[in-house]
Design a protein around this ligand. Sequence first.
Ligand SMILES: [Fe+2]
Length: 303
Amino acid sequence: MITLTDIAYVRSGVADLDAATRFATGIVGLELAAPTEDGVAHLRADHRHHCLALVQGPSGVLASGFSVRDTDALAAAETELERSGFTVRRGSAAQARSRRVREFIGFDDPFGNRLELVSQQETITRPVAFSRPAGITEFGHLCLDAPDVHEAHRFWSTRFNARVSDWIGDAACLLRIDPVHHKLAVFRGDHPGLCHMNFQVATIDDVFRNWHYLVEHGVEIEMGPGRHPQSTAVFLYFLGPEGFTYEYSFGVRRIEDEAAWVPRTFDPEEPGSIDMWLGPTTRPITQRQASRDAEAAPAGRTT
Ligand SMILES: [Fe+2]
């Protein structure tokens, strides 16, 4: 059993790095870290050095990163995964530096999603210099696709410390690795990919202010504002460049009493099961998983 201590980052390949970075800063509101690497933009939302890295190259999600406690835990995870038949690749020093972690390993989940386990992700204490006042407080969760969410639950709950918080029928499995209702979700989808990346905001007013801001700026709203009955979060999903879906949300439930919580099942066809305010609902757009070597020789890099 591998203990995930937190979500760490999303790494996404973008054909137009400037456009994707402009959206992540000017629209989403993230801070752009001082550039240290050609072809990579590091975006910051909280104490992490970055939680989103945009990498010049073919469009598609490159990896989803999760933290383990330390380098010993990482080595143990590597051994455990290899013994279970996973092909595990250890990151180079330069790759670890790009991720602002001490060490990391990469492997594919059974559905083709690239996962990375990292040790010692860099923390920054300086307040985040948000590009606009969207009210972001932290990187909230990430959501992956898998063709069978029950199989995905088996993977996450037997190999890792993830526990299901709620089911949305066969459509979604919402998983926690700490008291937050979900830091990880798996949505049913035919191909591996990142369904969306969530940022928590400070107040319900931020959700609605952001909604007006996005509409004014011509951003495609995918769903919301609405309220998920599972997590009680007020949500807003919107589409960024290259098929990358962002979500703002406020008010996610915390599960403090592990023993008392029993996962519930919601029928996705039942009105109110996705949005208890009964607004129109749609399945967020997934950014497909990029090919394994997409980051090996990204366009625009000279080295
Ligand atoms: Fe979400």
